[in-house]
Design a protein around this ligand. Structure first.
Ligand SMILES: [Zn+2]
Length: 223
C-alpha cells in the first residue's frame, strides 16, 4: 500500500496538471506571521538534515536551517501572500494606441511545486489594448509575484494571463513562458538541454496572424 502511494505521487509529479488556476492554499495559510513560519521551518529543516546524517554542530552547517527557512518564506515564496500582490492600476488609453504591445524577456525565477527545485527562464507577454493600458513594469511585477510560489508552469502562465485580462478589461492578452526545470535537468531523466514552453492567450490572439506578429516581435534584436 505504502509503495503504491509513493508511485502515485511520483506520477502526479510528472503530470504537471491542475484543473484550477488557484494555488491550493490552506485556509489558515496566513494565520502565523512570517517570523513564526521561519522559526518553525527552521526546526523542521534541522530535523531533515539530521535525518540525512549531517552534524549540525559543524560551523558551516549550523546556520543552514535558518538560512533555508528565511529563503522559503521571504525570498522564494513571498508570492504566496496576496498582500505582496502588485496593484495593477490601469489608465485610460488616451493616445488611442490600438496595436500590439509586447513585453519580452521578463526573467522567471520560480520553483517547481513537485520537487521544490528551481524553474528559470523567461516570460513574454503581449496585449492589444482597448480602453485601458497598464504601466509596463506592472507586467514584470505581476510575473515576479506569481513566480515566487511553488508552481507548475502551466498554472503560472494562466495566473498571469487572467489577472492581466481582468486589469486591462480585454481578452486579447498572450503569455508565453520558456523555462528550464531543474527537476528535469538534475534528477530523474537528467536532461540538460530541454526546456518547456507554455503559451496561453485569448481574444484577438486566437487569430494565427496575431500570434505570428507576436513571434516576429520576439525575434527582433535590439542590441
Ligand atoms: Zn518538478
Amino acid at each position: 500500500m505504502k509503495e503504491k502511494l509513493t508511485e502515485e505521487f511520483e506520477s502526479i509529479g510528472n503530470m504537471h496538471y491542475s484543473a484550477n488556476t488557484n494555488t491550493p492554499l490552506r485556509e489558515d495559510a496566513f494565520v502565523k506571521t512570517d517570523d513564526e513560519k521561519v522559526q518553525n521551518i527552521q526546526k523542521h529543516f534541522k530535523a531533515i538534515m539530521e535525518e540525512l546524517g549531517l552534524d549540525l554542530t559543524d560551523d558551516s552547517l549550523s546556520g543552514t536551517p535558518y538560512r533555508v527557512a528565511k529563503m522559503y518564506v521571504k525570498e522564494l515564496f513571498y508570492g504566496l501572500n496576496p498582500e505582496h500582490k502588485p496593484k495593477l492600476s490601469s489608465f485610460e488609453n488616451k493616445y488611442g494606441y490600438g496595436k500590439m504591445l509586447v513585453e519580452s524577456n521578463i526573467s522567471i525565477d520560480s520553483s517547481c511545486e513537485h520537487h521544490f527545485l528551481p524553474i528559470t527562464g523567461f516570460a513574454h507577454v503581449a496585449y492589444i489594448p482597448g480602453e485601458r493600458v497598464i504601466g509596463l513594469s506592472k507586467i514584470n511585477r505581476l510575473v515576479d509575484y506569481y513566480a515566487h510560489r511553488p508552481q507548475v508552469q502551466e498554472r503560472l502562465c494562466l495566473q498571469i494571463l487572467k489577472d492581466l485580462q481582468e486589469a486591462l478589461n480585454t481578452e486579447s492578452v498572450l503569455v508565453m513562458i520558456s523555462s528550464k526545470h531543474l527537476c528535469v535537468s538534475s534528477r530523474g531523466i537528467k536532461d540538460k538541454s530541454s526546456y518547456t514552453t507554455t503559451l496561453e492567450y485569448g481574444g484577438e490572439f486566437n487569430d494565427i496572424n496575431r500570434r505570428k506578429e507576436f513571434f516576429n516581435c520576439l525575434n527582433q534584436k535590439i542590441d
